[in-house]
Ligand binder design. Structure first.
Ligand SMILES: [Zn+2]
Ligand SMILES: [Zn+2]
Length: 296
């Protein structure tokens, strides 16, 4: 399995980190998880053919995990993909797709391009084949089994959120999605060859957000992530969904001022977050960056 992190940032707009997306390649088959902004462009940049993507799996419907979906679908339509894209997502995914394409946000574009015969031959691409995720096994084919674990990040009456485990006969990769630290993750990630888990904010930023009412603080701190990775006995850990606290960009710092204590921001925090994770976990560890490729 080859894993490529296309985007590794949280929800603010950050010139150094795209929004969240990754691919898992097994032979000539690719699987896409989340579709944050820039994902399709990054995929092509990483020499992964979007037409080889067999299915898209959405952890939840925050825009930093979904906003590239129309780019991916419209780009695939123009690139002569055949067949509707299977999309696995929480309740709301079907409505989101219905509002995007024919009769939706991109209706004018679609009607303009569909005047040409070549573009009329694969209109089915604009109608993603949505399956609503239920906990447990959600997808199985000749390459991989995918199971979903409900996680806690957004109130579930607004959007259910999921982690995914991808398994072949010999290897396993787990992606947490966005979530607070969950005891259930330990069993779900047990023995994984690779755990890619969010570590959106260090402890003091989570405390800051809990106090200031700026947005969700249901995220996992580095100390908690180390405990999860240790208890699950994973073979390799990547911390991702980095909440911009490593940015030196003056605009990002300005725009982040209400989201976290800006005085702690900077690249040196990468070392401290890694050290916090290592307080509890002593296996192979990387802090994610866009384009990072891992083999298991
Ligand atoms: Zn997110
Ligand atoms: Zn989120």
């Amino acid at each position: 399995m080859k894993v490529t992190l296309l985007g590794t940032g949280a929800a603010l707009i950050d010139p150094d980190r795209r929004h969240t997306s990754l691919t898992i390649q097994i032979g000539d088959a690719a699987y896409m998880i989340d579709a944050g902004t820039g994902a399709t462009r990054a995929m092509i940049g990483a020499a992964i053919n979007p037409l080889n993507v067999r299915a898209l799996f959405l952890t939840h419907l925050h825009f930093d995990h979904t906003a590239d979906l129309p780019v991916f679908v419209l780009g695939s339509w123009m690139s002569d993909r055949r067949g509707a894209l299977p999309v696995y997502g929480p309740e709301g995914t079907r409505e989101m797709c219905a509002h995007l394409f024919e009769g939706g946000a991109f209706d004018v574009d679609i009607r303009a391009r569909a005047q040409y015969p070549q573009r009329q031959g694969n209109l089915e691409v604009l109608r993603p084949d949505v399956s609503i995720i239920q906990p447990g096994l959600i997808h199985e084919d000749d390459r991989v089994r995918v199971t979903a674990l409900p996680v806690e990040h957004i109130p579930s009456e607004i959007c259910r959120c999921y982690a995914f485990r991808f398994e072949t006969d010999t290897k396993s990769v787990v992606f947490s999605g966005d979530t607070r630290a969950l005891p259930e993750m330990v069993d779900f990630a047990r023995g994984a060859d690779l755990l890619i888990h969010e570590a959106t904010f260090p402890e003091e930023a989570i405390a800051f957000r809990a106090k200031n009412g700026i947005g969700t603080y249901s995220h996992t701190s580095p100390l908690q992530l180390g405990e999860i990775a240790r208890d699950a006995g994973v073979r390799q850990l990547v911390a991702t969904h980095i909440g911009h606290w490593d940015s030196t960009n003056p605009i990002v710092r300005k725009l982040a001022a209400k989201h976290m204590p800006v005085e702690i921001m900077g690249p040196d925090l990468l070392d401290r977050v890694a050290a916090d994770i290592r307080t509890n976990y002593d296996g192979p560890l990387q802090i994610a960056r866009d384009g990072l490729t891992l083999y298991v």
